[in-house]
Design a protein around this ligand. Sequence first.
Ligand code: NAP
Length: 289
Amino acid sequence: MSSIKIFGIIGGDKRQIFLAESLLRDGYGVILAGFDKLKGQGFNNLSDVRAAALFSDAVILPLPCVRSDKSLNAPFASQNIYFSDDELDALCKKPVFAGMRERLLRVYPKLENAEVYDYAARDDFAILNALPTAEGAVEIAMREYEGTIFGSRSLVTGFGRIGKVLARMLKSLGSDVTVSARRQSDFAYINTLGCRAVNTETMNLARGYELIFNTVPSLIFDEKLLENTDRTALLIDLASLPGGVDFESARKLGIDAYSAPGLPGKCSPKSAGEIIKKTVFSIIEEVNR
Ligand code: NAP
């Protein structure tokens, strides 16, 4: 990857604004496009998509990069953004960093052979992102639960990247934490954190918890398990769509259940922007090695 001096940042939310500011502080040029709704709110150096695609050395696209209607994910753009042919030709000639590359290629197959890197598919990105996700989950719990986290009984289902950080965070706030997993090594690890371990695959009861956080990307809280969950529990589903909770059954049973996607961008856009930057630079370093 030849030396990059100017980044085009096209679309995205507050994360990309912090990302742009951080790149500028590092001495890079930034062409920011897809943020025209912010014009006049301290953002006057906004460009258009064409300039960002053509006159940058590399382009950073959002996470997820495209929406279901195939437009670029650009909540601060006043109109939907679709790349034109000459913009696509420009993107084919430079490194493009995108969150969820497959979605981009489905909409723009022309980019199939282009240098498109998926920063969100990387383990380092997901591990770093687990921290703002866990903090966001705790924030929801603090807001929605009428008690304190200290002294609460909580259940975290799943002991992957988010489960590990969240369990430790809840424990450090004084919650009595149980974690579900499905591997012996994870049960041992959970115990070393001072938490109780249960098996996700045989869990047919979720009683005695005031706070439940699901991180398993599979339907764990189905109707049957929800029937065996306390009505007073606050259930927060962190797993990406379709999620791990049958919300219709939860509603019928009177259980307070929240779907909480995209927490890093919503709760900690500054850190989430830094995480995108860090991952993009790791990719550049690896490619240049
Ligand atoms: P992860 O590291 O892959 O962890 C997933 C956990 O779920 C692991 O413990 C895994 O067990 C377990 N698991 C997966 N499928 C299972 C099944 N069928 N039955 C039982 N256990 C199962 O994922 P992560 O990074 O923690 O992310 C968790 C979810 O949150 C994902 O859907 C991710 O996309 C989403 N996410 C949400 C946010 C947000 O803001 N809400 C932010 C980032 C990511 P094994 O290790 O044994 O496979």
